[in-house]
Design a protein around this ligand. Sequence first.
Ligand SMILES: *[C@@H]1O[C@H](CO)[C@@H](O)[C@H](O)[C@H]1NC(C)=O
Ligand SMILES: *[C@@H]1O[C@H](CO)[C@@H](O)[C@H](O)[C@H]1NC(C)=O
Ligand SMILES: *[C@@H]1O[C@H](CO)[C@@H](O)[C@H](O)[C@H]1NC(C)=O
Ligand SMILES: *[C@@H]1O[C@H](CO)[C@@H](O)[C@H](O)[C@H]1NC(C)=O
Length: 209
Amino acid sequence: MHLFKITLLKQVVVEMNSIALGRLLLLVVTNSLLVVVVVHGRTSSNVNHALIISSCATTLYPNTCYSTLSTTTSYLATKNDVIQLAINKTKDTLQNNFHTINNLTASTPNLTKRAKIALHDCLQMIAATLERLNMVMQALRTTHPASNNYKSLVITLMSTTITNKETCLDGFSHDAPCKRLRKSIITGQNHWGQMCSNALAMIKNMTTV
Ligand SMILES: *[C@@H]1O[C@H](CO)[C@@H](O)[C@H](O)[C@H]1NC(C)=O
Ligand SMILES: *[C@@H]1O[C@H](CO)[C@@H](O)[C@H](O)[C@H]1NC(C)=O
Ligand SMILES: *[C@@H]1O[C@H](CO)[C@@H](O)[C@H](O)[C@H]1NC(C)=O
Ligand SMILES: *[C@@H]1O[C@H](CO)[C@@H](O)[C@H](O)[C@H]1NC(C)=O
């Protein structure tokens, strides 16, 4: 059994105590949240989890990071694989949010003009983010020699996705009907925003792209 204790203060501190082989006990402790995950399995299948844990340790939202990535059945050999998985999962979440907002637009009676614009703009932000993630994915799939310029391009692409999330939510700050809609979509938007932030942190942590 391996015991991983991740405490999130300003920085993330990872302590590992090897107790026995074959089982993995993960404790993620943040300011407000305690998550305990017990994974049964052979040491070989724990390789993924160790890599996911060390990749997630560099992010601002390690709980979101771990919970979205740990369900994978893909074999992950490198941190680049983890980032590609994170981007795939982020795309799935974005697509769900796109449909949720699209449905909200269709099913809410008497939307104000402002509310319609805000919903439409938010859908555009989500579509633009999906496009950016496709570009980032393409970059990650191409093998490049160590190139700081290339890494900074990918970081720039990824940074715009976080701005897109803010732009989406800002559109709902004008009046009471918009603010009501904002309440119904904010959790979903923050979720993909956190996933984008996590992918950005993992990309920044790569030595090469
Ligand atoms: C990401 O998604 C693509 C397309 O669906 C797939 O080919 C690829 O294997 C996925 N990568 C990971 C690491 O999950
Ligand atoms: C959106 O509406 C369609 C058709 O009614 C439905 O199949 C789908 O599950 C809905 N998606 C979400 C995310 O609410
Ligand atoms: C929507 O607007 C129509 C016409 O102005 C009105 O009759 C109806 O009651 C409104 N519905 C809601 C849910 O506000
Ligand atoms: C990646 O993160 C680890 C652990 O937080 C750190 O020790 C390392 O210096 C980082 N590498 C880069 C290139 O930022």
